[in-house]
Design a protein around this ligand. Structure first.
Ligand SMILES: [Zn+2]
Length: 272
């Protein structure tokens, strides 16, 4: 396992109590790290205050296109603030050609465009929702069995036209194959008729860490439901913009897209 663990020592003026901040995970584009600070600390990451458990644990996510540096600021319970620049490793992305998609979903007409914009608003709102319970600490499992037909980060050429990168993991399997909750959490979106993503579920796993399941043929949970890891939440399909039956599995930290394969490595099931 390419699991990276290291301890960052913080050296400050002698008046500051020495304190170690521990970060485990992957500091790379699409990566996820877990931090541990002294209980009661406040953590600001790239100017956003983030949730910290009572034991001082927090989550950091790095976008596919994250710049080489990120800023972490930790304020102890006694008010001392330490700032640290994190180096985020660049990654190389594949180029992926996808053909045979309905042309109206690759170059949508204005009415379809408006529906896509409305869908995006719902997705954004779901991603901004957070749960105070760190369900993610019990780890993640792959939500379906099947062939990996698309990886995170690829530059996509749809019907010959360059489009946004692919920000999930595609698992191809026959229509009806069960889709399971990757981790415990609360269903924050369950919608059957989204234009590009088709039958779509978002589950919030606490602290802004979400999993996303799209292109399904059926949805078996309702918004607000509490799901356990491994619960069947739907079935693989081909709804939305898909050229064959597969599950698109995404993981996001607020609006930051993470590589699901990295998340499965950094937070394996029963990791806590
Ligand atoms: Zn996909």
């Amino acid at each position: 396992m390419r699991r990276l663990a290291f301890v960052m020592a913080w050296f400050f003026a002698p008046s500051v109590v020495a304190e170690d901040i521990e970060l485990t995970g992957r500091l790379e584009q699409g990566g996820l790290a877990l931090g541990k600070s002294a209980p009661g600390s406040r953590v600001v990451f790239n100017n956003r205050e983030i949730a910290v458990t009572s034991e001082g644990v927090f989550v950091l996510g790095f976008d596919r296109d994250a710049p080489a540096a990120a800023q972490l600021m930790i304020t102890s319970v006694t008010g001392e603030t330490r700032q640290q620049t994190l180096s985020i490793q660049r990654r190389q992305w594949q180029i992926e050609h996808v053909t045979g998609l309905p042309q109206k979903l690759v170059t949508p007409d204005p009415a379809t465009e408006a529906k896509i914009a409305a869908d995006n608003k719902l997705m954004l709102a779901a991603r901004e929702r957070t749960e105070a319970t760190p369900y993610f600490r019990r780890g993640f499992i792959k939500p379906a069995e099947g062939r990996i037909s698309g990886v995170f980060g690829s530059q996509r050429i749809l019907n010959g036209v360059p489009r946004s990168p692919h920000v999930g993991l595609d698992i191809a399997a026959p229509v009806g194959t069960p889709v399971r909750a990757a981790a415990d959490g609360i269903v924050s979106l369950a919608k059957a008729d989204m234009i590009l993503t088709g039958q779509t579920i978002v589950i919030e796993h606490g602290f802004g860490l979400d999993s996303v399941y799209i292109h399904m043929s059926e949805i078996g949970v309702k918004e607000g439901a509490h799901v356990k890891q491994g619960d069947v939440i739907g079935a693989i399909g081909q709804s939305g913009r898909a050229n064959g039956p597969h599950l698109h599995f995404g993981v996001t930290w607020f609006n930051t897209r993470l590589d699901p394969e990295t998340v499965l490595t950094v937070l394996p099931a029963n990791s806590n």
